[in-house]
Design a protein around this ligand. Structure first.
Ligand code: FEO
Length: 394
């Protein structure tokens, strides 16, 4: 894609990756992604803000050529992960006078991961300002979004906040700006759930820093730019600060329909009692959609049959994912079926034990569920409703 002007002297010069379907060999990308790099031309100095994934270095280099950029003074690296820093070696070789500006921690990581020579990287301080002539750049330490070294870059006169991963979305689009708000909201929520949610408590402490800045534009390094910053700031406030919703998330796998019969019964019992439910069959479920539900769910129910004396591996993976993403959920339960002995509950509760979550109980059925199991599921539904009401979850 060609360079695209944001303002006079400020350009998007990144790359759109329409075809990428997996990130970190882990995260599904149903809508592709983009690696946004930005060029800021001041009256005296020129800065590149972030680079692109190493697979797309040629696109970034061509965009710099198209803008006839003969020299670069700074390459601001907000984050050391390779989808933003991977083209640094090529850019530094093309522009031998350019200095990388980064946090001290980022400097260390860039030297470790990309073998960038120490003398090419200048560490910057939190709050430090740097003049490009008629434009001023300010650095805002913002650690753990989602690595320890991250910072944001603020372009003072233009009131643009460059946030790298923070507020991003994995969304390949020809729209430079967030146009289809429903699509961007969904992609940004998926992104938050998968990447940022594990650091929710750190975000809670740092989000207030942004109150000190007048922000007209938020320019992340994935997905479209926000010309209406309140759109993404308000969404993040809800995801980061609000209590969970009156929502139960049911993650299950069933081999011979016994666990499925229990899931169907419990889901109906919850809906009848006014609890919203999202249900995922773990055989082939999109983990991004599960992650999105985890942003809001107050209760997580894991359903599994017994395989070789323990939980089904898909159920164990789901429990692992829940624990890793550190959601707001307050309550959990396990349901499932067995034939001759079971270790389901112990395995799943052990994986979830680092979470601050109240375990509401277990319903296990020997074989296909019978009257006693259905009664126990009714009791579990009652308990979930009672807890949600007690906390006034809406
Ligand atoms: Fe988009 Fe953490 O890299």
């Amino acid at each position: 894609m060609e360079p695209r002007g944001i303002k006079d002297g400020i350009y998007w010069i990144g790359a759109v990756d329409w075809d990428r379907r997996l990130f970190d060999e882990l995260i599904p990308l149903p809508d592709g992604t983009s690696y946004n790099a930005y060029l800021v031309v001041g009256s005296e100095k020129t800065a590149l803000i972030d680079t692109v994934d190493p697979t797309m270095t040629n696109i970034l280099v061509n965009n710099l050529k198209k803008l006839n950029i003969k020299s670069l003074d700074y390459v601001i690296t907000n984050h050391a992960e390779q989808d933003h820093s991977g083209s640094l070696p090529a850019i530094l070789s093309l522009y031998p006078n350019a200095k990388v500006l980064a946090t001290p921690k980022c400097k260390e990581i860039l030297m470790d991961l990309l073998l960038i020579p120490e003398n090419r990287i200048q560490a910057v301080n939190d709050g430090e300002a740097l003049s490009l002539g008629d434009r001023t750049i300010e650095f805002i330490y913002f650690p753990w979004v989602h690595w320890p070294e991250t910072m944001l870059t603020y372009l003072r006169e233009d009131a643009i906040l460059f946030t790298c991963d923070l507020f991003g979305s994995h969304l390949a689009t020809s729209n430079l700006y967030a146009a289809d708000e429903a699509a961007v909201y969904e992609a940004a929520k998926r992104y938050y759930a998968e990447i940022m949610m594990p650091f929710r408590h750190i975000l809670q402490r740092n989000m207030d820093k942004l109150e000190n800045f007048k922000i007209d534009i938020i320019a992340p390094s994935h997905g479209p730019i926000y010309r209406k910053p309140s759109f993404i700031l308000e969404a993040y406030r809800d995801w980061v600060y609000s209590p969970p919703k009156n929502l139960a998330l049911v993650l299950y796998v069933s081999m011979h329909k016994s666990t499925k019969a229990m899931v169907d019964y419990l889901v109906s019992a919850l809906i009848e009692r006014g609890v919203r439910v999202q249900q995922f069959n773990l055989s082939g479920a999109d983990i991004g959609k599960i992650a999105i539900s985890l942003v809001d769910a107050a209760t997580i129910i894991i359903g599994s049959p017994t395989v070789l004396g323990g939980a089904h591996p898909n159920a164990l993976y789901a429990a692992y994912l829940v624990n890793a993403l550190r959601p707001k959920a307050m309550f959990a339960a396990v349901i499932g079926s067995y034939g001759w002995g079971t270790n389901i509950v112990q395995q799943i509760t052990q994986i979830l034990s680092p979470l601050k979550i109240e375990f509401l109980g277990t319903v296990l059925s020997k074989g296909y569920p019978k009257e006693d199991a259905f009664k126990a599921l009714d009791n579990l539904a009652e308990k979930i409703v009672e807890r949600h009401k007690k906390h006034s979850l809406a």
